[in-house]
Design a protein around this ligand. Structure first.
Ligand code: FMN
Length: 404
């Protein structure tokens, strides 16, 4: 019997040769101005060569103001970038692999030192992780953000990307708009009382992208199934969000978890504070007393909210979404063996599975599943050094497996 995980299926007009997607993963492979370097191309050419069904790039900023604190993030904020990204898409397309550019604006989840301007958000409340007070976004600035997402999609299309993914999860700007906890706007971009979400900005962005890039240009979206900012979210409202995305006919919905307020809940697994204190621009310190106080804060306030790593930890959200829409659903988080991917697909809980850390650890993970059988287990042990090292300015890599 053939395994379903190796069977082909479409996302919009794109045909994927299998159900295994590389989930967006910050590359740490662009220059100070967001131009992708040769190593960026190498990461994606390698994954394509090793039979990944589809690639979603790491988050790429739509404007300097929406740049993350990681210095080597890519940006798709100007037409100048097109020819550099085109080299990347050409290399990937040699292997019959679609590649999607993830578009993001960080909103309040960044540092002024990196963006050069005060972060904007739909709230003036700081993220407890970034600790910088954002400025309330004005109607004019919202229009600018909409234009930036639209222009970035045009540049992505001209660069040869097969589609874009809007990053509306993990607490970034579009997610800030969605949540009542972080959307305090009283204009049309505020919370829609009937759904409980601030969907208007996404509504306008997708319409604009469709108008400029064509109705058949794939636009995917990544959301968080739930978060830990407050206790009373999603359980009853998640269905409303999926109904909204269904009405906008997104090409696929990828369902992750959380915000950067409790970053480890996006990933789950080990926390190595030594690496955090060494590289993280917010927490970096040589002072023993500052480190002690910060550790106390993390241990008492943050750590109790950390969730344990379990296999397939977001699959229940995908399963719920599958019941509400015929749009392809991608589940991400904690898939570590072919058996788990097969389980999710064959039980109809998700249409596709996407993975991040297993591909950092073993870019040839799909080939190994094919050669060794779907019992094959990823070597990734969720040490999360790849996550904490994002702040180092170095290329994203596995720091454990490679030493074995
Ligand atoms: C080093 C690293 C960088 C990441 N960068 C992004 C990113 O740019 N955009 C995004 O949506 N998610 C990002 N993620 C989250 C992953 O896409 C994924 O949601 C999460 O790691 C859980 O999947 P996994 O268990 O397969 O690693 C990143 C994860 C890692 C490990």
């Amino acid at each position: 019997m053939t395994n379903l995980l190796f069977s082909g299926k479409n996302i919009g007009k794109l045909h994927l040769k299998n159900r295994i997607i590389r989930s967006a993963t910050y590359e740490g492979a662009s220059d100070r101005y967001g131009f992708p370097a040769k190593k960026y191309l190498t990461i994606y050419e390698t994954l394509a060569k090793y039979d990944v069904g589809m690639i979603i790039t790491g988050f790429s900023y739509v404007s300097k103001q929406g740049k993350a604190m990681q210095t080597a993030q890519s940006g798709i904020d100007s037409a100048e970038k097109i020819k550099y990204f085109r080299d990347v898409t050409n290399a990937v397309h040699n292997y019959n692999c679609p590649i999607i550019l993830q578009l993001a604006h960080t909103g309040r989840q960044t540092l002024e030192i990196e963006t050069g301007t005060t972060p904007v958000s739909s709230t003036t409340k700081k993220s407890i992780y970034f600790r910088e007070k954002p400025k309330l976004i004005t109607p004019e600035e919202i229009k600018e953000v909409i234009t930036q997402f639209t222009n970035s999609s045009i540049y992505a299309k001209e660069s040869g990307f097969d589609g874009v993914q809007l990053h509306a999860g993990h607490g970034y700007l579009l997610h800030q708009f969605l949540l009542p906890e972080t959307n305090k706007l009283s204009n049309e971009f505020g919370i829609d009382k009937s759904t409980g979400f601030g969907t208007k900005i996404i509504d306008v962005i997708i319409d604009n992208i469709k108008e400029k890039c064509g109705n058949d240009f794939p636009v995917l979206i990544k959301i968080s199934g739930n978060h830990d900012i407050s206790n009373n979210y999603h359980s009853d409202k998640f269905e409303n969000l999926i109904a909204f995305l269904d009405s906008k006919r997104f090409s696929a919905i990828e369902i992750s978890y959380g915000t950067m307020d409790y970053p480890l809940n996006i990933f789950r697994g080990n926390l190595n504070l030594d690496t955090v204190y060494r590289y993280n621009p917010i927490y970096k310190t040589d002072s023993k007393i500052k480190r002690f106080l910060s550790e106390q804060y993390i241990q008492r306030i943050i750590q109790p909210k950390f969730k344990k790593f379990t296999r397939m930890y977001n699959l229940s959200f995908a399963e719920r979404a599958k019941k509400l829409t015929d749009i392809p659903i991608i589940s991400v988080g904690g898939f570590r063996s072919g058996n788990e991917i097969e389980f999710a697909i064959s039980k109809g809980k998700a249409d596709f599975v996407s993975l991040s850390r297993p591909f950092i650890c073993e870019p040839d993970f799909v080939i190994k599943l094919k050669n060794s059988g779907i019992n094959y287990e990823s070597k990734c042990k969720n040490c999360n050094e790849c996550v904490f090292m994002c702040d180092s300015g170095k290329v994203t890599a596995c720091y454990t497996n490679n030493k074995n």
